[in-house]
Design a protein around this ligand. Structure first.
Ligand SMILES: C[S@@+](CC[C@H](N)C(=O)[O-])C[C@H]1O[C@@H](n2cnc3c(N)ncnc32)[C@H](O)[C@@H]1O
Length: 392
């Protein structure tokens, strides 16, 4: 248990610094954020703790080897040199996942095949049999990450991506990834004492994530992980971690978390997702148009991702919607801070409020901005020198 291993946690781009903080808080060592994730080190317990508690990581990958390579044969040798039967039973199904940046190899599919052959050959040499491949739903994923000259071999200890918490039973047109939503709540500086509103809540990802954070509910409590199928898995240590996490989780209670949408089907989806984790009574839901709704508290935090349009007519509708959104904020949300995630960079100008912060984030491959607008109470607030004027 005490042996030190090296790990890599990929995350949505833009959340690396927050993930590094989170992993530090979980007791990780050698924490280094890089583009798209964070490398860190620690014992086997840390691996389980990170899988159970990280709200921001997409997966926890266990680094087995790193070596220079030039061709597919080098990758074969890298994977062949590893004692796979020591790690897992031959009955487990596997899949090899290749990702590359600047690799000279012509076919990643062929490279993946060579790595799979190496794993199977190692099993055959030791046991006379080999594991089966299951590309749709494997028990274990072997990740290979290639740069121009270096290959890193990882075992994915999470299995299903960590943002699949297990609550999403209903979905809307463009749901946010759960770990991106959790990261945005943290970037917004929201803490559970502050009232929170998502006035265009869709299927409610911000609301569920916020309720889980407020109750200290570990995001991985309701799911299984690939590491449970490894030979060095200790069921006792895992049960202890889960018991501790259950003990920390507060019972559901009404919270100052509010959601609304003008589409009843979306509110039904949000309710179903909250209810899946027993959180339906924690959040107040209301069917209403944001443009005419009132603030549920004198001050608080709005976090939302408004609709975005791809077709020209949708784009035109949005261009008309943004100034109305700005007006609604000025009219009804003085004293609030608002954070909008959008891929539509026209929003900052068309909303006719000046953004006090713009953070670049990626929703999958889509480059987005998180805009911060601070709505000032009253008109007599002094603007300090150097501070941007707001709400003009
Ligand atoms: C991109 S989706 C939000 C997705 C959500 N974050 C999730 O994770 O499922 C935008 C939502 O805004 C809602 N919406 C658009 N205009 C609105 C308005 N004026 N008032 C209230 N809801 C609105 C739509 O019904 C849609 O559900």
């Amino acid at each position: 248990m005490k042996q030190r291993f090296h790990y890599f946690a990929p995350c949505p781009r833009g959340l690396e610094a927050l993930l590094a903080q989170e992993l530090n808080g979980l007791g990780a060592a050698e924490v280094k954020p890089t583009d798209g994730g964070v490398s860190f080190a620690g014992d086997w317990l840390l691996l389980m703790r990170a899988n159970l508690h990280s709200r921001l990581a997409s997966r926890i990958l266990w680094r087995l080897a790193v070596k220079p390579y030039r061709n597919e044969e080098d990758l074969y040798q890298l994977a062949r040199g590893f004692d796979w039967p020591e790690l897992f039973d031959v009955s487990r199904t596997i899949k090899v996942v290749m990702t590359a940046q600047g690799s000279p190899l012509r076919s990643l599919d062929f490279a993946a095949l060579k790595v799979k052959d190496a794993v199977c050959d190692r099993f055959r040499a030791k046991l006379g049999e080999r594991p089966s491949v299951d590309t749709a739903d494997p028990d274990l994923r072997i990740h290979v990450y290639l740069t121009e000259r270096e290959a890193s071999l990882y075992l994915d200890t999470s299995g299903e991506a960590l943002f699949k918490r297990g609550y999403r039973v209903a979905t809307g047109a463009a749901p946010l990834r759960e770990n991106l939503a959790a990261g945005i709540l943290q970037l917004a500086g929201w803490t559970p004492e502050q009232p929170l509103l998502d006035p265009m809540c869709g299927s409610g990802t911000f609301l569920v994530e916020a309720a889980m954070m407020a109750l200290d509910m570990a995001p991985g409590l309701d799911r299984s992980f690939a590491f449970e199928g490894l030979r060095n898995f200790s069921a006792d240590a895992w049960a202890k971690l889960c018991d501790e996490a259950h003990a920390r989780c507060q019972p559901p209670r009404p919270l100052a978390i509010f959601g609304s949408d003008y589409d009843q089907a979306m509110l039904d989806a949000t309710y179903a997702n909250l209810d899946r984790f027993g959180l339906a009574d924690c959040v107040t839901l209301e069917r209403t148009d944001f443009l005419s709704r009132s603030a549920p508290a004198p001050e608080g935090v709005i976090v939302s991702n408004p609709p975005y349009g791809i077709r020209l007519d949708e784009q035109e509708q949005l261009a008309a919607f943004y100034p109305q959104l700005g007006d609604a904020l000025k009219r009804s949300f003085k004293g609030w801070r608002a954070y909008f995630l959008t891929g539509d960079l026209r929003m900052a100008k068309l909303i006719r409020l000046s953004a006090s912060k713009r953070t670049v984030l990626f929703n999958g491959a889509l480059e987005c901005r998180l805009f911060e607008f601070k709505m000032v109470e009253g008109s007599n607030r002094r603007i300090k020198p150097g501070e941007q004027a707001e709400n003009q």
